[in-house]
Design a protein around this ligand. Structure first.
Ligand code: ADP
Ligand code: MG
Length: 274
């Protein structure tokens, strides 16, 4: 009798899957995530495992629940059900290891704030509400701005910057937190080519440092060059895995339905039938 059969017998013959070998702990695991703003769920029973040290794209049509999934994972919106684990720990214990860059369009840019203050706001968890800003906080913020090529803009008003520059500042705010897991919502939306290159550079550096990156991504043509893994989402999880196997014409068709022309899919030069 094999050990698996033995376990089956010990369990009274119930169909028990043989123990899977424990893999590396995921940077973030989601189980049964359901969020509903009204009657219809925005995401329904989504399971996902985001690998450590990998860059994962979350892909799906408008309204698929991509932003909702990130917000639910961060406890920004309440969930009907679901469990989040970050490096194997419950969210409450691991929140400090996560940094979030919201969708740029969702931020009020008229708020009069200097760039350096926006970045230091990312440190509030460390500072506490009444904590004093000290020299090393300012240094961390300035260093983060340097990493995104915005060192010279520290004292400008955030509202006066271009979209691409604002996006870099928000990335700097996440970097200043020295997190292990970075969640970004459409970081390349509406930014110039130089900013896109600068951001991807920073993200790839994070990866080489063993950090994990999860980004909602809208541009299907750059998925293969930017990302290691994908999660295709349309309210439910449609597919998940390495780009090579999970990002196919079949999974794209299943995710986008008629909204993605066969010609567009063909341009991506993927495997699978259209
Ligand atoms: P995506 O980021 O994939 O475009 P979202 O997560 O923003 O999708 O939205 C998913 C669905 O939930 C959409 O139908 C959207 O209209 C709805 N939704 C998102 N945020 C809210 C909200 N705050 N209140 C009500 N409905 C919302
Ligand atoms: Mg969104």
């Amino acid at each position: 009798m094999t050990p698996a059969e033995l376990k089956l017998a010990a369990d009274g013959g119930r169909a028990v899957a043989p123990e899977a070998k424990p893999g590396p702990v995921a940077a973030m695991s989601l189980r049964g995530m359901t969020v509903s703003y009204g009657e219809k769920p925005a995401i329904f029973s989504v399971d996902a495992d985001f690998e450590q040290g990998a860059m994962t794209a979350i892909i799906g049509p408008n309204g698929a629940g991509k932003s909702t999934l990130l917000k639910a994972a961060l406890d920004i919106v309440p969930r009907v059900s679901g469990e989040v684990r970050v490096h194997g720990q419950p969210l409450e214990r691991a929140r400090g290891r996560m940094a979030y860059v919201p969708q740029r369009a969702s931020v009020d840019w008229d708020f009069p704030t200097r760039v350096i203050d926006v970045v230091m706001m990312g440190l509030y968890r460390e500072l506490g509400l009444l904590g004093r800003i000290r020299g090393h906080h300012r240094d961390a913020a300035q260093d983060a701005l340097d990493r995104v090529g915005m060192a010279d803009f520290a004292h400008r008003q955030i509202g006066q910057l271009s979209g691409g520059q604002q996006q870099r500042v928000f990335l700097a705010r996440a970097l200043a937190q020295a997190a292990d897991l970075y969640l970004l919502d459409e970081p390349f939306a509406g930014v110039d080519a130089a900013t896109e290159a600068a951001i991807i550079d920073v993200l790839k550096t994070l990866k080489t440092e063993g950090k994990s990156v999860v980004a909602v991504h809208h541009d299907l043509t750059t998925v293969q060059s930017y990302f290691d893994r994908v999660l295709l989402l349309n309210v439910r999880r449609i597919a998940e895995g390495p780009v090579r196997t999970a990002f196919t014409s079949d999974t794209l068709a299943a995710t986008y339905g008629g909204r993605l022309a066969a010609a567009q899919i063909e341009q991506l030069e993927l495997g699978g039938a259209v």
